[in-house]
Design a protein around this ligand. Structure first.
Ligand code: NI
Length: 232
């Protein structure tokens, strides 16, 4: 009886030691995994960087695109420009400058007409003609399409395929001339991966855009081209 009891407690003791060992090594392994994961995350995306994108429609504009480009260059900021085929044909040198500065270029159709209100072959023509003109002038073949008025054309298959991109923050700059109001439409809405809609078509837009860049940079935002928001 005594012998049995002793054997029993020895077995218990062994089991305890095994359990402790398991717990100890298991814990160490967990810690290692946790450390590794944190290190991996740190390497990929530093937590303080929040990406945000500025987009400008309807250009290139004869009067306002160049001052905007200068302001963006000074601030080392890249944006995305949705160009109209017609305007690129009229101001190829400005379109070229946009591309040379490292901004991304998208397609905003040829004449800025509602693509939904025309036959699909006409809509297709407006988009593909714009792609051709942009490619000839800038060497960039647009992959992004922002249809005028945000109204996507129906039943159209683009070849090569195009990615349609609208926006998440509307500055309403096209109908405003007050810089402060344009800024107020954007700043409270700012968040990571937001897409801001603006137009390089007036002095107040350009001024507001650059002020928005300054404000949001202070808050830890990094301005990126749309591909970095959409495909990363
Ligand atoms: Ni537009």
């Amino acid at each position: 009886m005594k012998f049995r009891q002793r054997t029993g407690s020895r077995i218990l003791l062994l089991a305890d030691i095994l359990l402790l060992m398991l717990l100890f090594f298991g814990h160490r392994q967990q810690e290692d995994t946790a450390r590794q994961t944190v290190a991996e995350i740190d390497a990929k995306t530093p937590p303080e960087v929040k990406k945000i994108a500025l987009t400008f429609d309807d250009g290139p504009n004869m009067k306002y695109t160049v001052p905007l480009l200068e302001g963006l260059r000074k601030r080392e900021v890249k944006a995305t420009f949705f160009l109209l085929g017609q305007e690129v044909t009229e101001h190829p040198e400005i379109a070229k400058k946009i591309a040379q500065d490292g901004h991304m270029i998208g397609n905003h159709s040829y004449y800025h007409e509602d693509l939904r209100k025309m036959a699909s072959d006409e809509a297709l023509m407006q988009v593909s003609r714009t792609n051709e003109v942009i490619y000839e002038v800038t060497g960039q073949y647009p992959q992004l399409l922002r249809p005028p008025f945000g109204k996507s054309p129906q039943d159209i298959v683009f070849e090569p395929p195009m990615v349609e991109v609208l926006w998440t923050i509307d500055s309403r700059d096209w109908e405003l001339s007050d810089v402060g109001t344009i800024m107020q439409n954007v700043l409270p809405e700012a968040k990571e991966n937001a897409i801001i809609l603006m137009h390089d078509a007036s002095a107040s837009s350009v001024q507001a855009a650059l002020a928005i860049v300054d404000e949001l940079k202070e808050k830890g935002y990094s301005f990126v081209t749309l591909d970095e928001i959409l495909f990363d």
